[in-house]
Write a protein that binds this ligand. Structure first.
Ligand code: PLP
Length: 379
């Protein structure tokens, strides 16, 4: 099998599984337990919190364990609506966010909040001037993703955060695709909230964290026990958090090496597709994009059919985002960058991981070329 869908999820690293396993049977206690084993687990979680905080230059108390990207994203938006509605009811986000943001915004609109969905340019960048123009006296949150999950565009987060800061508006960034793949430093950029998910960097599913800058108002999303200093109720997913900590450590240790390997493979595939298959187009920026991300459109081709044909050869890629792959509507991200329907429906998202090889990339290319030729001959 050739797996080229690393933006959807990654395999859990074997070292991560080894690290997690004792926490499923040997150290199965509740970290809130009033005995030694509980206290030891609590200490272990705090050690992991310190490591994760260091990884983004934050303080340990600014890291809150969650169930992943969706919860972290939902929490930040709902929190703004709850804690800042006295100031206003206007939220700014971009038109190409993940549905964890967009659908929460739609929910908030149904509760009477107003949302501005910033347009992006043809490469998928939010232009700082566009953000500046959208700000109103009643704006209570700006949320723009660090890196896009479909086209890999890296946003000018620092500049956008500075605009938010200048206007005294909290700034959130969904860094689910970026964390542990590219460097992130919250001490350098004015970021108040940042979402992370472990399954995008060799960790398990269903665990992640929210960075919430000290002093930024944060009310709980989940009510119950006093875990996470009363900010996030629910018995901690101990094995998951241990796994996330190990996956982050490994990914960060090898970040430059993995990024280089992925971008070499990605660039090779990109150049072959664009130069050897006619009527193709790169979606997103050619420079400021995630190292493993390639998104290309094949004019006149139905992307879903091409994906299914590749699957017959055990090659796994995707079209739009994983969550909308059953949906035949053109991806909202490709629409946002101005692609017409036929090009948007003819898009493939190929996301390379460091464990892929040049042989796999060349085999994938040969199959894409022959299937595209076959489909074009039929039509
Ligand atoms: N945000 C982005 C940019 C994502 O790519 C994803 C997952 O695909 C999420 C949020 C949701 O994260 P999770 O799967 O941890 O809920």
């Amino acid at each position: 099998m050739i797996y080229l869908d690393h933006a959807a999820t990654t395999a859990v690293y074997p070292e991560v599984i080894r690290e997690m396993t004792p926490y499923l049977h040997e150290y199965y206690y509740n970290p809130s337990g009033a005995y030694k084993e509980g206290r030891l687990l609590h200490k272990k979680l705090d050690e992991i919190r310190i490591g994760l905080a260091e990884s983004i230059h934050a303080k340990p108390q600014e890291i809150i364990f969650t169930s992943g990207g969706t919860e972290s994203d939902n929490w930040v938006l709902v929190n703004a609506a709850r804690t800042l509605s006295g100031k206003g009811r206007h939220i700014i986000t971009s038109a190409m966010e993940h549905h964890a943001i967009l659908h929460t915004c739609q929910f908030l609109e149904s509760c009477g909040f107003e949302v501005t969905y910033l347009t992006v340019n043809r490469e998928g960048f939010v232009e700082p001037a566009v953000l500046e123009q959208a700000i109103r006296p009643d704006t209570i949150l700006i949320s723009v993703m660090y890196a896009n999950n479909e086209i890999g565009t890296l946003q000018p987060v620092r500049e956008l955060g500075q605009i938010a800061q200048k206007n005294s508006i909290p700034f959130h960034t969904d860094a689910v695709q970026a964390y542990a793949h590219i460097p992130i430093d919250v001490s350098e950029a004015p970021i108040d909230f940042l979402s992370v998910s472990a399954h995008k960097f060799g960790g398990p599913k269903g665990v992640g964290f929210l960075y919430a800058g000290e002093g930024t108002p944060l009310s709980p999303l989940l009510y119950g026990g006093a875990q996470e200093q009363g900010r996030r109720a629910g018995t901690e997913n101990v094995a998951g958090i241990v796994g996330m900590g190990k996956a982050a450590q490994l990914s960060l240790e090898h970040m430059n090496e993995y990024a280089l390997q992925e971008s070499v493979l990605r660039d090779h595939l990109m150049h072959r597709i664009l130069s050897e298959i006619p009527m193709t187009r790169l979606n997103g920026s050619s420079k400021k994009r995630l190292p493993g991300n390639l998104n290309v459109s094949f004019q006149g081709i139905d992307g879903a059919t091409l994906i299914a044909m590749l699957e017959t050869k055990d090659i796994y890629v995707s079209g739009g985002s994983a969550c909308s792959s059953a949906d035949q509507a053109p991806s909202h991200v490709l629409h946002a960058i101005g692609l017409p329907d036929d090009m948007a429906l003819g898009a493939l998202r190929i996301t390379v991981g460091h464990e892929n090889t040049m042989e796999e990339i060349n085999e994938t290319f040969e199959n894409i070329r022959s299937f595209v030729q076959e489909l074009r001959q039929i039509s």
